[in-house]
Each structure stands twice: as C-alpha cells, then as structure tokens.
Design a binder for this molecule. Sequence first.
Ligand code: GDP
Length: 203
Amino acid sequence: VIITQAVYVASAVEREQYPEVKMPEIVFIGRSNVGKSSLINSLTRVKNLARVSSQPGKTQTINFYALGAKGEGTADRKSFYLVDLPGYGYAKTGKERRKMWSAFIEDYLLHSPQLQFVCQLIDIRHAPMRSDIEMFSWLVRNGIPVLVIATKADKLGKNACAKQVALIRQMLGVAELSVLPYSSVKNEGRSDLLDVIWDTLLQ
Ligand code: GDP
C-alpha cells in the first residue's frame, strides 16, 4: 500500500467543525508523549504533519488529515481520514479541561458513523498505565474495534519486545489481542499497519 497524499484538513472542538466531506476514519489515541505525532509522520511520510495544530498543553482538538492510498500492483485507490485525538492522561491538564476533553472525545468516539477502528498507542517499554487500561476497557465496552500499537519498538531488543507485548495483552485482559510493534525511527510496523488499514477500507 502506498500513501499518495496526506493533508491537514481541520481541527474540531465541536461537531459543527467536523469536515463536511465524509470518509472512513482511522483514529489514533494515546497518552501524551507515547509517540503519536511521530507515528503519524512516519505513516504518512510527511514531516511535521501531525504538529500543524497539536502543541502540547494547547487547545485540545480533534485533528483530521485526509489521506489517499493506492494498492500496490493494482489500480485501487482509497481515501480516508486519519483522525488524531488529544493525548489522555496528561498530568498538566487541569481537572476542568480534562472533563471537557472527555465529553467531546467520547461524543466523537461514540457517534461517528465513519469510524472504522481506533489505534491505541502504548509505549512498549512500560506496562500499560491505569489510563491506558481504562481507555482500552471503555473502547471495548462500547463496541469500538481497537488495534493496540506498541510504540518505540526500536528501544528494545526482539526478546524484550515479545515479552512486553505479552505483558500488554495480559494487562489489557485479552489473550488474543492484536498488538502491533511500531518504530517511527525505523518505520518498522508501517507496512503492517497500512495493510490493516487497507483491508478495512476494502470491506
Ligand atoms: P506524542 O506526544 O504522542 O505526539 O509523542 P511524540 O511523537 O512527540 O514523541 C515523544 C518522544 O518520543 C519524542 O522525543 C520522540 O522523538 C520519541 N519517539 C517517538 N516515537 C519514537 C520511536 O519510534 N522510537 C524512538 N526511539 N523514539 C520515539
């Protein structure tokens, strides 16, 4: 799968600001500093794309990027939105703002008809944190498909990576959960992730 296009479309703090043109949505979520911007830049191969409007501590917005993809060796082309949600579990976020964040994000996650699945990013070096587990459980409870992506995979050796993936599965409580190790530095996991996205778009 080849990404042919990646452009920033919109930032939303309310429903009225969602893009008017509807396309399937692949959503990215994770704690601040998990490597979400790096992964989006790695996936799209556009440097600093994910920094257009997501400075930490600033207004928390849902960011939409329009992506074009082309199947390798076929004429198939698909368009979709990559949707970047604000980081959760951000210590510097005041209680009040965190509450607003939740309501707006939850509304989006629960009511977007275009949403295909959520990529939940977890740092491969650490056990999932309480906020990771709570977010995962909430998504599952609400019937939202989740692909867990274990970020910064280049920071551990092969065996350590496998061990951490097993730990993530155990702590999230799903033995057969798909966990995809990803390195934005080495672009490892990129073609696997693109394959998953592509298969979803073809359905
Ligand atoms: P965000 O807050 O989730 O958007 O996280 P960033 O993408 O800004 O990354 C946070 C920090 O982790 C930065 O210092 C990145 O350079 C680093 N980082 C992100 N992804 C990787 C990765 O795959 N490998 C390594 N070694 N570092 C990474």
